[in-house]
Design a protein. Structure first.
Lengths: 81, 647
């Protein structure tokens, strides 16, 4: 499963509680679309750190890195590089 | 404390049968195990289940006036009954009991419907005036004691709890989709809705007159605030001193009883205030009860022990385990008669069980202080959000948010810039009286994604944030922001959830009466007048209350930041990743489809997420507990299963 698929599946399963792929576009803002609640972002951070074996620093916990599937994929690639 | 019920024929004079009244009152036996009483006459029937607390020998109800033309059944206490009795005797009234109930009939004779204004207490009253052929139903100002009613087959049925109404074949049983939408937004239904179709709650501070088959409801009291901008020159010391005097009197009145009185002790400020006032200003032996948790995130035992040592109380401590919550939850829903979004009522039921086993049936408890004196995080959060909104681009102002929620394992403010963005959401509501509540309500409303398509269609357009405006007074716009926040909190969370699901019902489940010194209406009226700068001083919540208690409680507790009472939520229902049997069944596709409220596929994913231990946020936990309680409600109240079916 690609990074993008893993992220999509995680968001669909855990925040939208559906298998319907049409419910989530890769550039949907989690904040603007109300996909996450205030602690949801912590769950995503735990997931990324566990799944991709990377550490996210405090200053990296910003919407530019984590607010959509596209942004997370890009952020993980940048960390892995 | 007691239970009441009754039937009024609205179209004819037929007397309700004794069998009907017995059925209704039997359903309230837990509220009054010490005996039943009945009154019936053409067109009217009243019933009473008694928990004897004052005048153990002579206080059986119904109670009447000198010539028996006024009959009353009553659930609650009139705490100033001795003063009222003395005054009424001077006016020539003759008493045949020593109970507080009897002052009601004589007050009514003296003052008519306005008699309620003379009473300090917590009550739900049904008073029949046979000369006028008129029934009066009254509920206390804060909404401590419940009173529900419905109209069916040309009759008005009323009772302390809905389950009593449902003993009558004429009363249909259906959950009200709009009310469900309200609970999954505001945490409680909006007055006068109950969770059930065509069943209503008489709102706090209201009375209902039934006269010649006509029903008329009116408000006799509300918690209102002064208009913003009225100057006040009193010092904080003056406010604190007057509050202490009022609190001493409130506590003193609430110790009146012919049976021993205990007190709950949480380790927080509010219960510490009450217990220390009992210790310092009365001769009542101090018997206290507390609840603790195995999980340190929720446990306050350290502070409880400190206070016990400080006040030297005779104490009982109960530890609530996760399996206790799961085990008790069906009973909790049976007694709460509502969808609930947190498991916190369950430990309260466990605690009241221990109170009763200790041969106590009255406890003083601290509910209401947070609403009266500005204790909740939501007030501070709104203060910061309003402060940030003045300069939206400021980088420094949002840093204050880090001071919120120090007690949470997974604080929303821990997510760096994200946390900040969350608190900036809802700024478009800045001019609405409910601005403070938007973060809570939007988090709660996330549960709507679990509703079935049919429910979503039914709710379309029927419940929105603006729905709250129906219960707000027009002058609210002219109140200070914090006062607006307090009013809404009082009319949703306090009366609809805390007093109902967590207060009255969890104590009454074990025949225990809770008494609430902070909800004395004189304290409420006083609190409404305290300038907002003294309620939350910068970010120091309940500043005047803390100041009023200087020297009376340990400094560590007086200066401690508020930790709200919470209990473990969804994880309580799992053991080694496996859900309790009844949870598995109720979250199953068949049960969900049959009930029709929720989408089975989405609920199945929530169950899976919870089982894996990944549910750590408010919204998922609320959805889990809310769905489970709704399904239990449906099974027990609509389909007729007993709570014991879910053991």
């Amino acid at each position: 499963m690609s990074t993008e698929e893993k992220i999509r599946t995680f968001i669909l399963e855990n925040y939208l509680f559906t298998d319907d792929q049409s419910e989530l576009k890769n550039d949907d803002s989690f904040l603007d679309q109300g996909i996450l609640d205030s602690t949801g972002i912590l769950e995503i951070i735990f997931f990324i750190e566990d799944e991709f074996k990377i550490k996210i620093k405090d200053e990296e916990m910003i919407p530019d890195n984590l607010d959509s599937v596209d942004k997370i994929v890009a952020f993980i690639q940048q960390k892995e590089d | 404390m007691c239970g009441i019920s009754g039937i009024v024929n609205l179209k004819h004079q037929e007397t309700p049968s004794r069998g009907e009244l017995e059925c209704m009152i039997q359903a309230l036996r837990h509220r009054g195990p010490d005996g039943f009483g009945f009154f019936s006459a053409p067109g009217i029937g009243l019933a009473h289940a008694r928990l004897s607390i004052i005048d153990l020998e002579g206080g059986d109800q119904p109670i009447h006036n000198e010539n028996k033309t006024v009959q009353v059944v009553f659930n609650g206490e009139i705490f100033n009954f001795l003063e009222l009795r003395h005054m009424l005797q001077k006016l020539g009234h003759r008493f045949y009991t020593h109970s507080d109930t009897e002052v009601i009939v004589h007050l009514y004779e003296e003052y008519g419907d306005a008699f309620v204004k003379h009473m300090v207490g917590q009550f739900a009253i049904a008073l029949w005036d046979s000369k006028a052929q008129r029934l009066l139903l009254i509920r206390d100002r804060a909404g401590i004691r419940p009173l529900f009613y419905t109209i069916a087959a040309g009759r008005l049925y009323f009772a302390s709890e809905v389950k009593s109404l449902f003993t009558q074949p004429a009363v249909t049983r259906r959950l009200n989709p709009t009310a469900l939408g309200e609970v999954f937004t505001f945490w409680s239904t909006l007055e006068p809705n109950s969770l059930f179709e065509d069943v209503y709650s008489l709102p706090p501070g209201h009375q209902m007159v039934v006269d010649q088959g006509e029903i008329h409801c009116s408000r006799y009291w509300d918690w209102t605030f002064p208009l913003d901008g009225i100057p006040d020159h009193r010092s904080a010391n003056d406010w604190a001193e007057e509050l202490r005097e009022l609190m001493v009197d409130s506590v003193r009145l609430r110790l009146r009883s012919d049976v021993p009185v205990g007190a709950y002790l949480s380790g927080g400020l509010d219960s510490s205030v009450i217990t220390s006032l009992i210790r310092n200003y009365t001769n009542t032996p101090l018997r206290t009860f507390s609840i603790g948790f195995e999980d340190g995130e929720f446990d306050e035992s350290v502070f409880q022990r400190e206070l016990i040592q400080y006040l030297q109380t005779d104490h009982t401590h109960v530890t609530c385990k996760a399996q206790d919550i799961s085990r008790l939850f069906p009973q909790v829903v049976w007694h709460a008669e509502s969808t609930i979004l947190r498991t916190a009522p369950a430990p309260m039921m466990l605690l009241s069980q221990h109170v009763r086993e200790s041969n106590y049936k009255v406890v003083l408890t601290g509910e209401g202080a947070d609403e009266m004196f500005g204790g909740y995080d939501i007030f501070k959060e709104a203060k910061i959000r309003r402060f940030c909104q003045r300069f939206p681009n400021s980088r420094l102002r949002p840093l204050i948010l880090k001071n919120l929620y120090p007690y949470l394992k997974h604080s929303p403010t821990a997510a760096g810039d994200f946390g900040k963005r969350f608190f900036q959401q809802g700024m478009e509501y800045i001019d609405k009286p409910y601005f403070a509540h938007i973060p809570r309500w939007s988090t709660t409303r996330r549960s709507w994604k679990f509703f079935s398509r049919e429910m979503k269609d039914l709710l379309q357009g029927s419940v929105s944030y603006d729905s709250i405006e129906r219960i707000l007074p027009p002058e609210i716009e002219q109140w200070d922001a914090l006062n607006r926040d307090q009013y809404i909190e009082n009319h949703t969370l306090l009366s609809g959830y805390l007093l109902n699901s967590q207060g009255d019902r969890m104590a009454m489940a074990n025949s225990v009466e809770g008494r609430f010194p902070f909800l004395d209406h004189r304290i409420m009226e006083f609190a409404a007048r305290i300038p907002v700068r003294y309620k939350i001083k910068v970010l120091n919540e309940k500043y005047i209350l803390k100041k009023s208690m200087a020297g009376l409680i340990p400094e560590s507790i007086r200066r401690r930041s508020k930790q709200p009472y919470r209990a473990p939520d969804s994880q309580s229902f799992f053991s080694c990743g496996k859900p309790a049997g009844y949870v598995q069944e109720l979250f199953g596709e068949e049960a969900l489809r049959e009930a029709g409220y929720f989408n089975p596929a989405a609920v199945s994913k929530l169950l899976h997420k919870s089982a894996s231990g990944k549910v750590i946020g408010f919204s998922d936990n609320m959805a889990f507990v809310g769905i489970l309680s709704t399904m239990l409600l449906d099974k027990m109240f609509i389909q007729g299963y007993p709570a014991s079916a879910f053991e």
